[in-house]
Design a protein. Structure first.
Length: 231
């Protein structure tokens, strides 16, 4: 799958941008540190009270058991998902604002052969103004992204806009349910790294719509939300 006809190639093999004015995201210079941190079992168990394996199991359900086109919004460097995307037969668009995160994702996907899988596209862009028509994707993923924003409802609405009728969505996000996670989020909110800290109930309200069938469960501070767009 290629976006060469629609978007500008900006970095080596397979990274495109949908932005007219390309500029770095504020966390670009922290990308490598962040990726090393979130990929560790100790960090996830200590801060979020949730294992790395639990995050990967949820992502595997979304990526490996879906069919058709997949969009991952805020894909990051694929610390938990690189192997899943390498092995799925689905056509996948991995989307992030940070060019540095996309470069890390690219390096993980290139593997020993140094070739990006043909079913994968890496795209830089704005998650609040997705460069896709309504009802475009069969499956949409957002792993660890919702909590980063204050305008959470706008983000979720944009996800649902580009999801096909009958399509499925899979999101996990951090909540303030556990004190260690809440303190961590409060500290990083002071430097602009997190949005307003919400509870499980507040976060689930983002998906309170008659057009959706929604299921959820929580492990520690991590809320897993999944379901289907009915119409």
């Amino acid at each position: 799958m290629s976006y060469s006809h629609k978007f500008k190639l900006i970095s080596g093999q397979g990274i495109y941008t949908s932005l007219e004015n390309i500029k770095g995201a504020r966390y670009d210079n922290k990308a490598k540190y962040y990726e090393r941190l979130v990929g560790t079992e100790m960090f996830n168990r200590t801060i979020w009270d949730c294992s790395r394996g639990e995050l990967q199991r949820f992502a595997a359900e979304a990526i490996l058991h879906s069919r058709g086109t997949v969009l991952d919004i805020g894909c990051g460097g694929l610390a938990q998902t690189a192997l899943l995307y390498s092995t799925t037969p689905n056509h996948c668009t991995l989307f992030d604002r940070s060019l540095e995160m996309l470069k890390i994702a690219q390096s993980r996907l290139l593997g020993e052969k140094g070739i990006l899988p043909t079913h994968i596209s890496l795209l830089q862009g704005n998650a609040f103004d997705l460069p896709f028509a309504d009802n475009t994707f069969d499956t949409i993923c957002s792993f660890g992204t919702i909590h980063l924003f204050d305008n959470k409802q706008d983000f979720v609405n944009e996800i649902l806009r580009v999801l096909k009728k009958g399509g499925r969505f899979y999101c996990y996000t951090m909540t303030g349910e556990k004190i260690i996670g809440r303190v961590f989020m409060l500290l990083f909110r002071t430097i602009g790294e997190f949005g307003e800290i919400w509870s499980e109930r507040q976060t689930l309200a983002l998906f309170d719509s008659e057009q959706l069938q929604v299921q959820s469960y929580r492990v520690g501070s991590v809320l897993f939300i999944y379901g289907q767009k009915i119409y």
